[in-house]
Design a protein around this ligand. Structure first.
Ligand code: HSE
Length: 291
């Protein structure tokens, strides 16, 4: 018996929603899992370089957590993974591996664990619920994690929204991009983000696309991370003038993500602005339109 799971990439933060907003993207990884005499892990596609194929593989390890939690023993597995999600670019590749492994392993043993239990496990592994929540539930998620309990509400993204990502060729680890953040922040920055993040959720849930450009601003992480990504500061400042409804760093970066009105008629202009601005800084970036 084998199971096959398809799991979406995700973008986290959407600007002000640091560690609490996430959105699934139509870009996928597939995981196939079954019991085996001896563990075999096969990785397919371009986005698997450097990923281990022994028992230190994340998918294998996460599957074992599920079996332990459910009181089942299945020490050897056959795993196949194929991914269209670029690694360490801020598109939730590790979250998708974790979620895919949890869902596949749980399905393999008859789904003894609830989806909420999988969310708790995934969040504890990632330490923030935004990417894993979006990969597990799909759509747009508003989530909280206090180190003990993750809670989440899923919203349906507005049908008029399209996403443009500009993915730089260089990798940036989440660890490095979290390391540049301050340990403490000023009250005014905290208030700035509370108001912007709340406004963004309200705008997205009521269809107020006109508010997105104001709401998608952030004072807690992007200003610190922009030093790691040449061209980012200018793109954040000017993308709205080139047809974006709003723009943000995708997760911990280096990918930048614009929300676009499908009917804006300025899709080519925005795409050119993003690649040209990165290009002027010597950064090659490829663009991708997603829903
Ligand atoms: N919310 C996280 C961060 C996402 O910005 O660090 C990174 O995976």
């Amino acid at each position: 018996r084998k199971v096959r799971v398809k799991v979406p990439a995700s973008t986290a933060n959407l600007g002000p929603g640091f560690d609490c907003l996430g959105m699934a993207l139509e870009l996928y990884a597939w995981i196939e899992m079954g019991p085996s005499e001896e563990t075999v892990i096969r990785l397919h596609g371009d986005n698997v370089k450097g990923v281990p194929v022994d028992k230190t593989n994340l998918i294998f390890e996460v599957a074992q957590l599920v079996f332990r939690e459910a009181g089942v023993s299945m020490p050897e597995l056959e795993i196949d993974m194929q991914s269209d999600i670029p690694l360490t670019r801020g598109l939730g590749s590790s979250a998708s591996a974790i979620v895919g492994a949890l869902v596949a392993a749980n399905a393999l043993i008859g789904n003894p664990l609830t989806k909420d239990k999988l969310l708790q496990m995934a969040t504890a592994l990632e330490n923030h619920p935004d990417n894993v929540g979006a990969s597990l539930f799909g759509g747009l998620v508003v989530a909280k994690w206090d180190g003990v309990q993750a809670d989440l509400i899923r919203l349906e993204p507005d049908k008029r929204l399209e996403v443009l990502v500009a993915i730089p060729e260089f990798q940036l680890s989440t660890e490095k991009a979290r390391h540049v953040l301050p340990k403490e922040v000023a009250m005014k920055d905290a208030v700035y983000n509370l108001s912007h993040s709340s406004l963004l959720v309200a705008a997205l849930s009521t269809g107020r696309l006109d508010m997105i450009s104001h709401a998608m601003k952030d004072a807690l992480h992007q200003p610190y991370r922009s030093g790691l990504i040449p061209g980012m500061a200018r793109i954040l400042e000017e993308a709205v003038d080139h047809g974006a409804l709003g723009i943000a760093l995708s997760g911990a970066g280096p990918t930048l993500l614009a929300l676009v009105d499908t009917e804006s008629g300025r899709k080519r202009e925005l795409e050119a602005f993003l690649t040209d601005t990165f290009g002027k800084e010597g950064v090659t970036a490829r663009t991708l339109w997603l829903k």
